[in-house]
Design a binder for this molecule. Sequence first.
Ligand code: ADP
Ligand code: ZN
Ligand code: ZN
Length: 736
Amino acid sequence: MKYAEIIIEIKAREVDRVFYYIVPEGLEDKIRPGMRVTVPFGRSSRPTEGYVTALSDTAETSRPLKEITALKDNFAALTETGIRLAGWMREKYYCTLSDCLQCMLPKFVGSRVIKYVHRGKAFEKGKELPRKAEKQIQVIRLLTEKSPIRQDFLRNEYKISYNTLKSLEEKEIIEITEQEKSRDLYNTNLPQTGRPHTPTPEQRAAVDSIISDFDRKDKKPFLLKGVTGSGKTLVYTEVIAEALKRGKQAIVLVPEISLTPQTVQRFINRFGSLVTVTHSKMTDGERLDQWKKARNGRVSVMVGPRSAIFAPFDNIGVIIIDEEHEHTYKSENTPKYDAREIAVKLQEICGATVVLGSATPAIESYYKAEKGGYRLLELNNRINMRLPDIYAVDMRDEIALGNKSMFSIKLQKAIRETLEQKKQIILFLNRRGHSTFVSCRRCGYVMTCDSCSVSYTYHMKENRLVCHYCGRVKEIPEVCPSCGSGYIKYFGAGTEKITKEVNRLFPEARVLRMDADTTKSKDSHRQILNAFARGEADILVGTQMIAKGLDFPNVVLVGVVAADLSLNSSDYRSAENTFQLLSQVSGRAGRADSRGRVLIQTYMPENYCIEYAKKNDYISFYREEIEFREQMNYPPFSRICVVLFTGEDEKQVISSLHHFAAVLNFYGKGKDYTVIGPGAAMVSKIKDRFRHRIIIKGKDEERLKSYVFYCLDKFDKREDTKEITISVTINPTYIP
Ligand code: ADP
Ligand code: ZN
Ligand code: ZN
């Protein structure tokens, strides 16, 4: 007798294991691991969907077993790799197997079928129909002129009913055929445009190193550090071409498709119909169809956001993660996976070569490269050999000069010159989220928590300052503690305000704005960027949406309106984020023949992050930043775990969290864990639910996790937490 191990598609901890079923004789030849099946489940033997994870000749159970009812498809929906990955993810991210499957598999919605009506065998006999059969006669008349005709056309244009067609079909006067139609987002059938560039010696060297890894047994991920405009994309496409030649497949992750349409297009240009593109705004049907193409081998390259890491390929040769430092690679929903971690696991499971690319690698990634965990490859030259000139503009001088505009005199002059040259300008507002801080407009002093070295966040409602790490609260001072000026206030500027200011100062300039407000519809990103590429505007104003991957040859000036907005966010990574954003956005200037110019407006030009961004000096920035991290015991020197409590009764949330803190302190005594807080979350209330959180730091991720979960378990047994939702995040992309 044959048995199957099966995961049940039910999201509950109690059924989060494999169940044994008997494979009935009729299915023995057809069943394979990875297949979707229907099985009777539970006491009532309700038909339930499940997945076969393994087949065996014995079953480790003493209970009587039931039989599999049916196979749902004639192919294995899960790959072998997928099955192994799910088992690993469940342990790593504290989720159920069913959660993991949900990441890997599309919703099996119906496929889009187009029906065609043809002349049938007995078409000639259609004259024999009674006069009354008006509609049937009409169909015959139409088919005499043209055959086949789409069924939906007959229904919509001529109101031909299903019954009419059915009775014609029964008489064999017509014949109906079906054709499955793929729901595609991108046209990949266009002819390839031109020959690919010949790699420069620098690019060649990087490509060769990566390719030589294909056959190695002791693989390590590559960190490809290439300055903006150094041609990383060509390195990726050359490597992929080689993988395809060897019959393997490739996965390319990009931060967000809608923000990187040009990058995506380059893969389509190179590999045509071998590429499929996924997207976070796809419908279930579109997602299913792209998934199917990958599963049945019709495409070999999957380009997409983080979820594309689960592309159902059988033989993955290479995984590329572009802009690897981006926070979007980490999922914020269960399972809270990190696509970079999954990639490294895939390297182990199926021998894929992993390439992480960035102009500004994450501090933690570069640290890994230094310690030998990654192999470092560098592209130090721009293709056009010219990096832009970057200047910092000290905004404290502007106040002294009596200029109250948000554009410095220097930036105004540069905009005017660029408009006269008929070149293009990008104005960038460095803004993440809604955090606001309080600073002195005269000397630039920023209110900062002494214990945490992060800025206080301004809470408008209570008109107070709060440290989001330790929860400390402070009144806003009347005068600046540093210079005594009364001009101390919270900072806040939006892209709309900037656009208005441009219109006021340069009424002749044509302006496009790209931010969350102007990009609500599905295709709006691409439309705005295309319009700008066609030269329909002189100035593009935007948030970090416009910082990434854009290649506009006519842009020669980039203005960073307020560099400090992200520098003063209450996150230990604010310097890293700011450096990355400034480098990325600076990289948009002067990518073709003309030299680019970047003006960074700041109240703190002497800050190391601005200093090094100005010099395009990643390494020096890294050295200072890693020292700060070590001093403060922030990652990579520690791991951070955030436990968030939410509930409708704020008093109860706070008191519960204090009890949990006591449990943490009790079991952590004498060990090297640091507990910070409890404190209000960055957003302290959402939909009438109050949010408070506690941060725990520890040296080792696995030990930190077991400590926190052990404490939660102890806490759970003592406390009534029915009204409270608890969520745990390891190494969050931001502290909630
Ligand atoms: P990055 O992603 O490193 O910022 P890109 O891949 O966007 O850089 O390349 C920058 C520009 O240089 C693009 O316009 C690209 O077409 C061009 N390019 C890349 N490699 C070459 C090459 N070997 N020869 C000529 N042009 C190239
Ligand atoms: Zn603090
Ligand atoms: Zn001051």
